[in-house]
Design a binder for this molecule. Sequence first.
Ligand SMILES: NC(=O)c1ccc[n+]([C@@H]2O[C@H](COP(=O)([O-])OP(=O)(O)OC[C@H]3O[C@@H](n4cnc5c(N)ncnc54)[C@H](OP(=O)(O)O)[C@@H]3O)[C@@H](O)[C@H]2O)c1
Length: 262
Amino acid sequence: MIEFKAKYGEWGIIFGATDGVGKAMARSLAERKLNVVLIGRRTEALEALGKELVEEYKIAYQVITEDLSTDLAIERIIEQTKGLDIGFVSYVACLSVFGPFYEQTWEQEQQMININIISFMKYFHYYTKLFKEKNRGGIINIGSMSGITGAPYIAQYGAGKSFISKMTEAVAFEMLDTNVDIMVPILGSTITPSFLKSLPDTEAGKAALAAAMTPEECMEEIFENFGKKRSMILGDLNRENAKAMANQTSDQTIEFVGNLFK
Ligand SMILES: NC(=O)c1ccc[n+]([C@@H]2O[C@H](COP(=O)([O-])OP(=O)(O)OC[C@H]3O[C@@H](n4cnc5c(N)ncnc54)[C@H](OP(=O)(O)O)[C@@H]3O)[C@@H](O)[C@H]2O)c1
């Protein structure tokens, strides 16, 4: 655990730390003795998490209340953390709006583009350059099985997750001859507040819940493999599903996924 901090640096930043996967990521870093910058829109919940981590792991924390779908959010975060020895960053936040593409407003599409693509790219570009210059650092960008399959009714989300995965895999390769580790863990159904809120009350919803992983299980696999693998599907079941899909046409895969949400 202590070696992690010695290898990467004093502070970790979690972009989307308030609950679910981001909260588990913050806890995993604190466990490894990194101080954490917790970013999200809900200040009170972030402060409560920070205090909990200080109590449990004797680390320091900073809360930045920021909406990653707004202009210049990443620039403001960079400015506010300039004095810190940043050694690790993770982009967890994302936005999906459920429903057919033709029913969504352009404002909704734009908001998703801002958080899932533009802020992600600004963040990834800045920290990749910074860590390359220091020849030290770790980056984890959270991916999704939807990025592999495509995702009817959350079409832009699926496409955005695919974008994040492909960007991360390619840049991780470019950084292989540095001391910077970059990874995209690909998550399937994971029991978080937003997952539970979006779960349809159908047989497919029940099956998804029964097969879902906890954020803690995800973190265990992520940190077991960080620095060794650059892209990995988490969970035996998700890996088996991906193997089965490899023998199908894209049309078959999309039909299967689409019918789950129809
Ligand atoms: N849960 C699943 O089944 C599942 C499956 C596959 C992949 N994933 C991936 O796992 C990651 C986390 O998912 P999740 O289910 O834990 O929850 P989530 O709803 O994606 O939220 C994660 C965190 O992001 C923050 N956030 C959301 N919008 C934000 C914004 N505009 N600005 C700043 N922060 C924002 C939220 O805090 P605030 O509300 O305080 O802003 C929250 O802490 C995502 O990348 C998702 O794609 C999840």
